[in-house]
Design a protein around this ligand. Structure first.
Ligand SMILES: [Cu+2]
Length: 162
């Protein structure tokens, strides 16, 4: 009888442990976690005070994951946006250059959005904006701000894992 009880207790504990492991992956954004979780995730990022910089230069998500990115503009005076680029440095530079003449009404983005995977609205000083998108295929992607003059300094990498 005692042994039977002990085995029961062990079984319950094992089941609990497995349930905890199963739940552990989905909680919140940013953990590398090996990509086993693919539930929706919210990522938080901001600009770095009055600097032309993001306060995080690396973000991680899983391929196919629904991502809500909340971007807080921590500057009082600068406008910023958060643009996810399809391609490398050349594509990012082309988008930023075309955005120069596009103006704020166009979110400093070109009309041709073929190399833009996600774009936040333009955030005024101290404003928080967000964008929801589906994480692309595994790989490393560049995110930038296309407000004139910001692109060379305001960059980061989104790492998408399988
Ligand atoms: Cu900016």
């Amino acid at each position: 009888m005692k042994i039977w009880l002990r085995m029961m207790a062990f079984t319950v504990l094992a089941a609990l442990a497995m349930a905890l492991v199963a739940c552990g992956g989905g909680s919140s954004g940013g953990s590398s976690g090996g990509g086993q979780s693919s539930g929706p995730v919210t990522l938080e990022i901001g600009s770095k005070g009055e600097e032309l910089a993001f306060d995080k230069t690396e973000l991680r998500v899983a391929a196919g994951q629904t991502v809500t990115l909340r971007f807080k503009n921590n500057s009082a005076v600068q406008q910023h946006n958060w643009i996810l680029v399809k391609g490398g440095d050349a594509e990012a530079a082309a988008i930023a250059n075309a955005g120069l003449s596009a103006g704020p009404a166009a979110n400093y983005l070109p009309a041709d959005k073929s190399n833009i995977l996600a774009e936040s609205p333009l955030a005024n000083g101290n404003e928080t904006v967000e964008v929801t998108f589906t994480a692309p295929a595994a790989g490393t992607y560049i995110y930038i701000c296309t407000v004139p003059g910001h692109y060379p300094l305001m960059q980061g990498k989104l790492i998408v894992t399988n």
